[in-house]
Design a protein around this ligand. Structure first.
Ligand code: DLL
Length: 442
């Protein structure tokens, strides 16, 4: 696919030959393993336990001989136990809260910041952002990596950045119109909320200059992309990343919108069976495991992301030689087992999107009754729909229940709720509300 805009110099690394790339990867892998062995006690102990030495890493395939790293390793060594450099060399800290207890803390050296900025430049370039664009950055600024990650990337690209962060939707719309915004960075759920507010106001998308957006930080489906593109008329690209590896900028879609290119010169990927940890063949679904090849402050060796995807073995028509992964369909730890059937939130979303009249703002409510897990999907209906006849609502409820049953293979109760009753997130949406308490009878 031809490029509409000139390629940014940083993006040339997207087009190396596979041999050139492999040479760079091996050289970097050997260095990072040596650094981790020398500086990170936990990693050294684990390597010693398996009897593998840094000099045993002679090929890229040898990465499989190294021990895995888990999120719990970061928690157990909180805050700085996995740092491989002195604190004087750390110029930035970020943290990710997670669901329980202490956050995990990640650090960056000045060199790491250059790498992060560069992969973000490549990310935004792949989505067609360029010098001269006016970028509304709705990712949260602060300890979350989204805001500052996208900010540095957009600035280095030569674009004009508006560091607006999430929230204050009315002001977002004013800025979007008055400042002539052409590109946006947001979680897909927050952008959906912006769409809905624009539609409800006298402004329409036709009065805006908005052309493209990069959306990520949470799972979203292909159906959601289509809904976003239809309603807003912009191009919506998927961007992926995680704090432990660098933040946003691990993988991204190009103009083909068919899978996310992984920046393999900085992140070595493997797909493993989430249960056994064994390597899966290309094309098969499994857990993404990442090794950072250049990060100095916290090198991550074989980090278990718990994100489920697969490698797309065929080269992309855009000409990038970087391999692609399919969009993250779910996490290995967000599976709900309902009456013995495995259910993922993404399946529910895909089913809801098959039915026209929802936006869809939805939430999955888990409760426990007489020892049995109960699930209810609450779906918000639009104002027009809500004003409609009761029979129309009943029909919609039936349609949604049927759509879910078709996708999930299970009859799940659907409850239509009034417009604006499901809380809008300014960042990552909370899709599952778990009200089950151990031993609770109601
Ligand atoms: O969410 C970094 C980020 C910021 C990515 C902005 C993209 C855009 P964490 O808060 O550490 O970092 O959360 C990382 O979010 O392991 C995935 O489970 C999920 N995630 C991130 N991007 C996507 C995506 C940031 N495009 C965790 N699709 C990851 C699905 C995603 N899940």
């Amino acid at each position: 696919m031809p490029h509409a805009t000139p390629i940014h110099p940083d993006s040339y690394a997207d087009f190396l030959t596979r041999d050139e790339l492999a040479r760079i990867q091996l050289h970097r892998l050997q260095n990072i393993v040596a650094l981790s062995y020398a500086k990170v006690e936990l990693f050294r102990r684990r390597m010693q336990a398996t009897g593998v030495k840094p000099e045993d890493i002679r090929s890229l395939a040898d990465v499989a001989r190294l021990p895995f790293t888990e999120k719990s390793d970061l928690r157990d060594t909180y805050p700085y136990g996995l740092f491989a450099c002195p604190m004087q060399d750390v110029v930035r800290l970020h943290a990710s809260s997670g669901t329980t207890g202490k956050p995990i803390v990640v650090g960056y050296t000045r060199e790491d910041m250059k790498v992060w900025t560069s992969v973000m430049v490549r990310t935004l370039s792949a989505a067609g952002f360029h010098k001269g664009d006016i970028v509304q950055n709705c990712f949260g600024y602060g300890l979350f990596t989204g805001g500052l990650g996208a900010h540095y990337g957009a600035e280095a690209l030569g674009a004009t950045v508006i560091p607006i962060s999430g929230g204050n939707t009315e002001r977002q719309l004013m800025v979007m119109q008055d400042f002539g915004v052409t590109c946006i960075c947001s979680t897909p759920s927050y952008f959906l909320h912006l769409i809905e507010t624009i539609e409800a106001s006298s402004r329409g998308f036709k009065d805006l200059k908005l052309r493209a957006g990069v959306f990520g930080a949470e799972p979203w489906t292909e159906g959601m992309r289509q809904r976003i593109e239809e309603r807003s008329g912009i191009k919506a690209y998927d961007i992926y990343g995680l704090s432990e590896i660098i933040g946003p900028g691990v993988a991204t879609e190009c103009s083909c919108q068919c899978g996310l290119h992984v920046f393999e010169d900085h992140f070595l990927m493997e797909i493993v069976d989430p249960k056994t940890g064994r390597l899966m063949p290309d094309g098969e679904e499994g857990e993404l495991v990442l090794t950072t090849l250049s990060k100095q402050a916290i090198p991550m060796i074989r980090y278990r992301t718990h994100d489920i995807t697969s490698i797309i073995p065929e080269p992309c028509v855009c000409g990038r030689t970087l391999r692609r992964i399919r969009r993250i369909s779910h996490r290995s730890d967000d599976m709900m087992i309902i009456r013995g059937v495995n259910v993922f939130p993404s399946q529910i979303e895909a089913a809801l999107l098959k039915v026209e009249q929802t936006l869809p703002h939805y939430q999955i409510l888990l409760t426990r009754k007489e020892g049995l897990d109960q699930i209810e999907v609450q779906v918000e209906v639009t104002e027009e729909m809500f004003r409609d006849r009761v029979s129309a609502l009943e029909q919609l409820e039936k349609k949604l229940t049927h759509a879910i049953e078709h996708v999930v293979g299970l009859r799940i109760e659907v409850r239509l709720v009034e417009p604006k009753t499901i809380e809008r997130s300014q960042g990552k949406a909370k899709r599952v509300v778990d009200q089950r308490k151990e031993g609770s009878a109601s």
